[in-house]
Design a protein around this ligand. Sequence first.
Ligand SMILES: Nc1ncnc2c1ncn2[C@@H]1O[C@H](COP(=O)(O)OP(=O)(O)OP(=O)(O)O)[C@@H](O)[C@H]1O
Length: 362
Amino acid sequence: MSNIIVELKHVGKRYGDTQVLKDINIEIEQGKFYTLLGPSGSGKTTILRAIAGFLDVSEGEVLFDGKRINDVPANQRKVNTVFQDYALFPHLNVFDNVAFGLRLHRMSKQDIQTKVEDALKMVRLQGYADREISELSGGQQQRVAIARAIVLEPQVLLLDEPLSALDAKLRKDMQYELRELQERLGITFLFVTHDQEEALALSDEIFVMNDGEVQQSGTPVDIYDEPVNHFVADFIGESNIIQGHMIKDFLVEFNGKRFECADAGMRPNEPVEVVLRPEDLDITPANSGKVNVEVDTQLFRGDYYEIVGYDDLKNEWLIHSTNPAKDGETVGLTFDPEDIHVMRLNESEEDFDARLETYEGE
Ligand SMILES: Nc1ncnc2c1ncn2[C@@H]1O[C@H](COP(=O)(O)OP(=O)(O)OP(=O)(O)O)[C@@H](O)[C@H]1O
């Protein structure tokens, strides 16, 4: 039996002449933590709203548990949403906020009592039932919003930037709590964020969005290590992206030199982009590495030095080094063949995956 709980098939959304979602195809399995990640305006919230039933899609199908739900009203879908601004009822206390949906379902007083207590326990707010919303911190309000959503036992919880109003420290704490809560509840989370670190830390799978399209989907490690295109390489983590040519399988040329690499399946002499992550570069004395760069600036970041330098061709290089360098000094850079990631220009995710399969995992 299929484990897929939500599926979007060729989903598009238009407002007038503007196409804000283009041919979205995604599959969401039961019990996993998924993230829609992308810059502002890329269509993340629109996808959530299409699944929740708050908007009609212009094209394609939305399926829940294998059944088409395009025409099922929002209140009859087995999903719940936690909104960015929590959307709590300020005139109701914590208990009544969490109990609200249960009362709409005409549940008995005793059942409501038990379920609300369980939900508050789940988000570690036992003893807060009688508090007013205005007496809670941002993180506590956030947890009430989650309790209110999970008390109805949805199969899928949609979370639209739920941590964006919190300060950095609390946001980090809540990230741990969310991940732990998802594992404890075992329900599917579909989380929206534009924060790539948050997405990498929390998710089983990420959909990277740009301009109404899914650019790449996969595990955080896949997306970080094997970005399919310039947008993903640039948006996820930090990277050096250099223009080059593929000489033949496992040999690429950039900066006027040839380098062994771990990529294959391109045409001979095909123009490509080469990704090197700053943490994969090591500094050596000048002329003893693979590329020479002149150090321009250096910032101490606590656990590493962030160094910016320029090579002979005036390409900028970003380096994360545990050792400092001197401003104006020329240093060499070394990296391993596996640290080079070569991308074809304009390759689709499907073609990228197919090409990878032909030479990986042997
Ligand atoms: N009701 C609407 N009418 C017209 N355009 C809309 C409407 N709602 C959203 N859009 C447009 O659709 C695009 C996608 O919006 P969406 O809210 O899904 O983006 P997002 O990735 O969630 O962005 P953010 O991170 O800023 O919330 C945007 O360009 C937005 O302006």
